[in-house]
Design a protein around this ligand. Sequence first.
Ligand code: ADP
Ligand code: ZN
Length: 783
Amino acid sequence: MDEAESTTGTAPAFDEDLFGEAPPADAPEGNRAQAPGRARRRAASPKGPPARRVRVMLPLPIEIPNGGAYDYRIPQDAPLPETGSFVAVPLGGREMLGVVWDGEPDPNLAEGRLRDVIGVLPAPPMRPALRRFVEWVAAYTLAPPGAVLRMAMSVPSALEPAGQQAGWRLSAAGQAAQGGAPGYRMTVHRRRVLDVMEPGEPRAGAEIADEAGVSTAVLRGMAEAGLIEPALLPRPRSFPRPDPEHPGPVLREEQAESAEKLRTSVAARAYGVTLLQGVTGSGKTEVYLDAVAECLRQGRQALVLLPEIALSSQWLDRFRARFGCAPAIWHSELSGRLRRATWRAVAEGEAPVLVGARSALFLPFPDLGLIIVDEEHETAFKQEDGVIYHARDMAVVRARMAEATCVLVSATPSLETLTNAEGGRYAAVNLPRRHGSAGLPEVTVLDLRKGPPERGRFISPPLIEAITETLARGEQAMLFLNRRGYAPMTLCRACGHRIRCPNCTAWLVEHRAQRRLQCHHCGHAEPIPPFCPECGAEGSLTAIGPGVERVQEEAAVLFPDARRLVMASDTIPGPAAAAEAARQIQDRQVDLLIGTQIVAKGWHFDHLTLVGVVDADLGLAGGDLRAAERTVQLLHQVSGRAGRAESPGRVLLQSWNPEHPVMQALVSNDLPAFMAEEAEARRPGGWPPFGRLAALIVSSEEERAADRVARDLGLAAPGGEGIQVLGPAPAPLAMLRGRHRRRLLLKARRDVAVQPLLREWLSRVEVPNAVRVQVDVDPVSFL
Ligand code: ADP
Ligand code: ZN
């Protein structure tokens, strides 16, 4: 890679103040992110580099000097591309796509070392706000800028001209054959193809083959026979425009007041963050959809981030009811074609509203006016591999760079967000009551010490009784257990052996329906062995503990007449299955729902009045910094599914530890008091949000290599006022996917910028190729 010669360049403008002590929205311009348009000034600069040179950032996940960009030359006869343009350039022996980046090319680089830009792609240039965002995320997470850029260029085909995809259409001969004209060699397959085609309507080959149930070879044969001919596919339909004036529900007074505040913020077309807090079922969604409407009136784009877009069929229905059409959608399961069309529509400003998963933050919105982060407390917003970032925090940054409003929505906001709201850095609006006549459900703890389930069972007598009553009234009940599969562990009764994953520090989970043992960390799966792999005893293996499958088995015995449905990520494989399950529940085709956390999220079922939590203590083990906070959030959310319509709801929490503050907070429904205590527990030790954390995760297939690097990092650890390094220590998941893992944790006072410290620290330790060091700034998982 001889292009890596450039050495100078501007480092990203990193504002380490942005979190926590960020200046308020009306801060003077000087505190804002770098202003756009600096590249334009380059040409006018008297001592600037030779003209016709540009810096090009490539989507490569490697560290490159010069701020992550390479220098290239624009050929004499070609126009100078605008900064942000997507260009094709040579790199080594290949051609790559990149983005013309801001900043000065290296004037000392000899002309002979430069290679020419091959061409400019016909796509809207990447806007300054997105370029600044890419730099900011890279600087904050310590990821190479190219790795972040890669997320913003996730659909390279979208950079090519639209409408160029090739497909097939009927030829004149094909139309004749379709009409039954003789003289064409017909087979059953060819006939089926003709049946699915319409004259004058080109279609993609894969689509035709799929619908006709033939292979694409049949299409090639038909083309040779002259029955079909190649044709360009029409440009995919642009996205419908949601209508802000479409009649929506009439907001009640407290909703209207909150909505008004959000609308004012959107109309100000400036950066600002608001926490929209409100109990489950209080109508938060309708309130923020009103802000979306205002954003549409302003002619700007709106982005809604949901933690589980695949589970959001009901949300999409509500959106359609409010705006008369569906929004654009972005998640990992989109087909290639739709992905491309969506990326392009966003870039051209033709998708006014997009709802998506965290990666949607990196889409090329030319004029983003509003970002909603629904269920902002959800850990699903944290990306844990590749570029490790928290989409909720980065949404705030994205909004700032786009001069947009950001709304963080939750019934149980994270302590980070609450603290920002209390400190006045975020505005806050609150909906304290449920919509309509629905009250909040009554929460009771069932003390398992006093009334345990029968031996080998998991549903206690009082919970059985409550379910029986509920079902007898014709209402629906739900059993919640946040664990997939049948049993979390398999034990040999003869020798005490427990079956572990060969690649991870984890027990294998029994999935009885598939007769397999599975690792939930690496995906390893094996058949359930007929005898103990350790001592060879036959019939000695026993399932220990429950998963949802086992609860369902028990429920089948206890409530044989109830129509049961299990909802877990492996039984509900995708958006269509989730939508179908939701429909069945809402249509009362299900009496008893049994599910993992996927049933906790956002659903609204009118007839569900009882929620039974099988193991309320589950999330509290492990001693993670946020274990209690997260358990309260999850159990509160799952409780919120009960009694959302007229009939009152009831929640029963099975616990061995009813005095635990988490259970008490849920019973008294006093989450603010719980969070205040949580804050007071973290403040003295300087734990987040009162201090900063960054984790280093050292991993290698060679245990000794991992240990050596971990030890060296420990020895080179930074010190000083307000800085502390914990570890190295084996990670709780000491082995993951065959890699040995060690952790170090940097803890720093809030006023310490951790990124420079981390950079310096890492530069002092040599890391061999066999070892990887991941940096996790603001870690959420401590595994
Ligand atoms: P949250 O997001 O706070 O849990 P939702 O926005 O889902 O609450 O609202 C709960 C229920 O109340 C939904 O079925 C919603 O359609 C209904 N709802 C909320 N606000 C209104 C309103 N102003 N008019 C009619 N129905 C409403
Ligand atoms: Zn594993």
